[in-house]
Each structure stands twice: as structure tokens, then as C-alpha cells.
Design a protein around this ligand. Structure first.
Ligand SMILES: Cc1cc2nc3c(=O)[nH]c(=O)nc-3n(C[C@H](O)[C@H](O)[C@H](O)COP(=O)(O)OP(=O)(O)OC[C@H]3O[C@@H](n4cnc5c(N)ncnc54)[C@H](O)[C@@H]3O)c2cc1C
Ligand code: SF4
Length: 512
């Protein structure tokens, strides 16, 4: 019984059951740089270099370990352009009895694979993705009969189930969450350890040449390229983080500093999401650091919550709410994405910094994605489709299962509040508190209205005013609506006038 084993670009993990149970003398592993997958959105050039290089290194490691591997490069004449066609083509070349694949991270592709058996005429088995700590079914069971889906409660269940940071039935330290000790702005002049860096080897250089030739119109810069492209390198990134940055992770998790994109974050989402690292080992490494006394509980718990809590939660949420999640538009927002999202040409320094860093690194940390870029997208009523496309293509860690719930549920509230208990909106004072962006800005964060005022200030109150019917009954918005209720009409009208001028400008793509 010879199997054709299909490994997708974000499944670069030796521990997948379809690889662990493979018969090396009979089975063939198929990996392909499929044109359709690489171009259906115009992914950041660095993301394509990273993934193709990681795939080529993974295929080489499999070959070195005596697997039969059929690797189809992007410019290979055997490249069929589409995944199904590639599988069909390979089936014709050999004597295969069946096809095995691990469940993909995208609804569209799963639905397509579920039809493959019919099209291909051989049995196609879709295996569960064993890399996650919760299955989609577990989330659905947890979500059943709940009106609200709050990550915190799901996370506690996961802590108990997997015995992570637990003492018998209680959380280590007596509390589930130590955020009251986290999330400080960064003191000025503080030295941050540099991020891990790796040499460009001949495999990566070949991919860089390919991407420069074939994807020149895509967004973003390839150079400098420092990302890990093998499991060994990704493990170094994780170890560097645990040793050098985890101790301060919690404390500076929400801080933003001009010119310092990487800060105390782990930079491992790239590797977790394509399989070079496993979430279990990242959680285990952080937990061990706590028990060894090299990192404090507030940081370790905060980091573990991101992976065991948020990451698992958004995946379950994605599968539970697809396909509706993709088309939800609770506020009926429909403004196109302004052009400056592609070049960072704006006088708003916070937006300029976050977009320029995204362009350079295919990375921005969570608070930049959420409270600067995301906050702007919601306050300016951008169409969810356009925002989703942007986030999916600009970040090297972006795949639909993780990008979409964050965009639809967390930043745009386009799911009507299934994921977040309230919209994440803030005025300029939040950005000023958590960053040093405002001091180099063309706008003044202390001004509320008029041409020099920080746009986040009037856009915020404009949003609160515009959506009072939908939001004022939300207990978590009560404070905001209380403050709004005390504002004089003339002040509210001045905010709305400033917002109208600004929104008209961005609709016309005029400079802001
Ligand atoms: C609008 C928006 C879009 C996002 N899109 C993506 C995406 O496409 N891919 C992605 O992996 N993350 C996404 N995130 C979550 C988060 O911003 C990134 O995981 C994080 O910035 C990656 O950098 P890091 O590895 O240094 O993370 P750290 O800050 O060091 O966090 C550790 C890990 O926790 C996990 N994590 C943290 N927050 C989340 C979250 N909200 N959802 C899922 N996992 C989380 C990630 O695996 C991350 O590597 C998005 C967040 C927002 C607000
Ligand atoms: S003043 Fe407003 S627009 Fe400028 S950096 Fe601060 S928050 Fe951003």
C-alpha cells in the first residue's frame, strides 16, 4: 500500500502522524511551491522567502533521512500551479493506493480537500492537525450553550486539562492572571537585547533570487533577511527569548518604541505557525524558566496565556464560526483601505512607524497590530474584507485561521462581539502613554479638534457617537458613554466635524 503524503508549507513538522507512520521504502512525500497559494493574495516578499526556504530546508532534511520526496519548486516545469492538479499529476507518475494529508489551516482549502477523493478516484484521508493543544471539536464542545466566548475561561480549562502552571487544582501563585503587574511603558534609553539572526545560506539565496524575479510587485522588503528557516535555528530563537527577553516580556508586552520593532517579544509566531516549533515546547520552555527561577511568574504566565490561551482560542473560534466570520460586517463599514497602508506616507507618526516596520520586517508586535493599526481601521470604518486582506499578506506569521479571528473579532468587532467583550478603540492618549511616537508626530496628542489635533482623539468620540445604539448598552462601554453623556453638544459636534474632514480626506486618498 503506497501512500502519497502531502505536506503543506505550514506543516513543516516531523511529528505529524502522517510522517511518523510513513513507510519510507514505499511512500512518497509531496511538497510544492504552488502558484495559486503563493499569489491568491500578494504576500509580503519576506514571507514568501521565509516559507519557500523553510519548505526547501525541510524537504532536504526528509531526503537526508531517506524519505522519498517529490519537491516541486515554483519555477519547475512540473509545477501545475494548483494543489489539486499537482496531486493529480504526481498520482499519475507512480503506483499509489491513497493520499494522506493533514487538515489545512484554511476553511476554503479544507472544503476543497473534502472533495478530492471524488475527483482523484483514490481514498484521501485528512488527518487532524496534532500540533495544537485543543481540537476544533473541543472548542465547539466548550462553546456549546455559551452566549459569550471569553478567552479567559477557555484558557483556565486548558491550564487545568494540561496541568500547566498548576498546583493540584489551583493556579500557581494563587491567581490565573498577573496582568496587573504587566503592561508598562518602556523607560526611555532602555537597552533591549537584539533579536536572533541567521546567515543566508545558498538555499535561502536561491529563493531570494526567485522572489526578486517573480514577486517584484508584492509588498515589502526582502532585505535584511535574518529569519530562522530550519527547526534547529527556530529552537535557537526560542532559547534566546527564554534566556534574554522572557524575564521582561510581561512588563513591556504593550510598550511601543520608535525604531525598536522587536522589543521583549518572542518572535516565534513565524515558526509556531509553519511547524518549525511546537506550542508545547514553547510553553514548556517558559514554564521551566519559572521553576528554575530565571523568569518571574507575571511574565511566564502572560506568555503562556498568549499561546495556550489566545492562540488555541482563536483557532477554535475560527473553525467554529466559519464561513460566516469572513463576511460578518456588524457596523456595515465600507471605506476602502487608504493608499498609505502600502507605503507609510502619513503625518501620523504612530501609523507611519508601524507600517514602515511592517514593510521592512513582515512583523509588528501585538499592540502595534491592535491598538495603532487596528484601532485606526475600526475608527475610520474600513471595510472588513480590505483589512483582512492586508493583515493576511503583510505579516510573515499570517494564516487565515489566526489572522481572521484577530481582525474580525479583535480589531474590527465585525462579528458583533462574539470574540471581544467590547471594541478595542482608544484615543491618542493610550498611544501616547504606551509609546514615544507622539513626540515626533505632525499632530498634537493634547489637541482634541482642528487640523493639528491627533486624529485618534476626534475619531474616537465620533465612533462612540455614531454607534451609541449598538454599544451604549454594553456594560464594558458604560464608562465611555458616561463621559460622552457629560460632554457638551458643541464639543461633540466639533469632534464630529473634525472627523468628517479627516474621513473625507482618507476616502479621497489625500495626505493625512
Ligand atoms: C489584527 C491582528 C492580527 C493578527 N494576526 C496574526 C497572525 O496572522 N498570525 C499570528 O500568529 N498572530 C497574529 N496576531 C496575534 C499577535 O499579534 C502575533 O501572534 C504576535 O504579534 C506575533 O509576534 P511574537 O511571536 O513576537 O508574539 P509574542 O508577543 O511574543 O507572543 C507569543 C505568542 O503568543 C501567540 N499569540 C499572542 N497573541 C495572539 C493572538 N491574539 N492570537 C493568536 N496567537 C497569539 C503567538 O503565537 C505569539 O508568537 C494578530 C493580532 C492582531 C491584533
Ligand atoms: S499624536 Fe496621535 S497620530 Fe500622532 S503619534 Fe500620537 S497618537 Fe499617533
Amino acid at each position: 500500500m503506497a501512500s502519497l503524503i502531502l505536506i503543506l508549507g505550514d506543516q513543516l513538522t516531523r511529528t505529524l502522524p502522517i510522517l511518523e507512520n510513513a513507510t519510507k521504502t514505499q511512500d512518497t512525500v509531496l511538497m510544492a511551491e504552488v502558484r495559486e497559494e503563493a499569489t491568491y493574495v500578494k504576500h509580503h516578499k519576506k514571507k514568501i522567502v521565509f516559507l519557500f526556504s523553510a519548505m526547501r530546508h525541510f524537504a532536504k532534511a526528509l531526503k537526508d533521512d531517506n524519505f522519498n520526496v517529490s519537491y516541486i519548486k515554483y519555477d519547475d516545469e512540473k509545477n501545475q500551479g494548483r494543489l489539486l492538479e499537482q496531486v493529480k499529476h504526481t498520482l499519475k507518475q507512480g503506483d499509489f493506493d491513497n493520499v494522506k494529508v493533514t487538515s489545512p489551516g484554511e476553511y476554503r482549502l479544507l472544503k476543497s480537500m473534502q472533495q478530492w477523493e471524488h475527483t482523484l478516484g483514490v481514498p484521501v484521508t485528512i488527518y487532524n492537525d496534532s500540533r495544537f493543544l485543543a481540537t476544533p471539536q473541543e472548542f465547539t464542545d466548550w462553546a456549546q450553550d455559551r452566549k459569550q466566548f471569553r478567552m479567559e475561561f477557555f484558557y483556565r480549562e486548558m491550564r487545568k486539562k494540561h496541568g500547566i502552571l498548576m498546583e493540584d487544582k489551583n493556579p500557581v501563585g494563587g491567581k490565573w492572571n498577573y496582568d496587573s503587574q504587566n503592561r508598562e511603558p518602556m523607560p526611555s534609553g532602555m537597552n533591549v537585547p537584539s533579536h536572533s539572526q541567521f546567515e543566508i545560506d545558498p538555499i535561502t539565496q536561491d529563493v531570494i533570487n526567485l522572489v526578486e524575479d517573480e514577486f517584484s510587485e508584492h509588498f515589502g522588503n526582502i532585505s535584511p533577511f535574518h529569519l530562522a528557516v530550519t527547526r534547529e535555528e527556530a529552537v535557537i530563537v526560542l532559547n534566546d527569548f527564554v534566556e534574554e527577553r522572557l524575564p521582561h516580556f510581561g512588563q513591556y508586552q504593550d510598550a511601543m518604541v520608535e525604531g525598536k520593532p522587536w522589543l521583549y517579544h518572542s518572535h516565534i509566531a513565524f515558526y509556531l505557525n509553519c511547524g518549525l516549533l511546537s506550542p508545547r515546547e514553547a510553553i514548556g520552555a517558559a514554564e521551566s524558566a519559572y521553576y528554575a527561577g530565571t523568569a518571574p511568574l507575571n511574565s511566564v504566565e502572560g506568555f503562556i496565556r498568549q499561546i495556550l490561551g489566545w492562540r488555541e482560542f482563536v483557532r477554535g473560534f475560527y473553525w467554529h464560526f466559519m464561513p460566516g466570520l469572513k463576511s460578518d460586517n456588524y457596523f456595515n463599514h465600507n471605506r476602502p483601505l487608504p493608499d498609505f497602508f502600502w507605503d507609510g506616507q502619513t503625518n501620523m507618526n504612530c501609523m507611519r512607524q508601524c507600517i514602515k516596520e511592517t514593510q521592512a520586517n513582515a512583523y509588528a508586535h501585538h499592540i502595534q497590530r491592535l491598538m495603532v493599526l487596528g484601532n485606526f481601521c475600526l475608527l475610520t470604518a474600513l471595510h472588513p474584507d480590505e483589512v483582512q486582506q492586508w493583515y493576511l499578506l503583510v505579516y510573515a506569521d499570517a494564516y487565515e485561521w489566526v489572522e481572521l479571528p484577530n481582525v474580525a473579532g479583535m480589531i474590527l468587532y465585525s462579528d458583533g462581539g462574539k470574540l471581544a467583550s467590547k471594541p478595542y478603540v482608544a484615543s491618542g492618549s493610550y498611544i501616547n502613554k504606551m509609546s514615544n511616537y507622539c513626540k515626533n508626530c505632525g499632530y498634537q496628542v493634547s489637541k482634541k479638534t482642528g487640523p493639528k489635533a491627533c486624529p485618534f482623539n476626534y475619531l474616537y468620540w465620533n465612533f462612540i457617537d455614531k454607534h451609541k445604539e449598538k454599544l451604549s448598552g454594553n456594560p464594558r462601554m458604560a464608562m465611555m458613554y458616561k463621559t460622552y453623556g457629560r460632554m457638551k453638544d458643541e464639543n461633540i459636534n466639533a469632534m464630529k466635524d473634525s472627523a468628517t474632514i479627516f474621513l473625507t480626506k482618507i476616502s479621497k486618498n489625500e495626505e493625512v
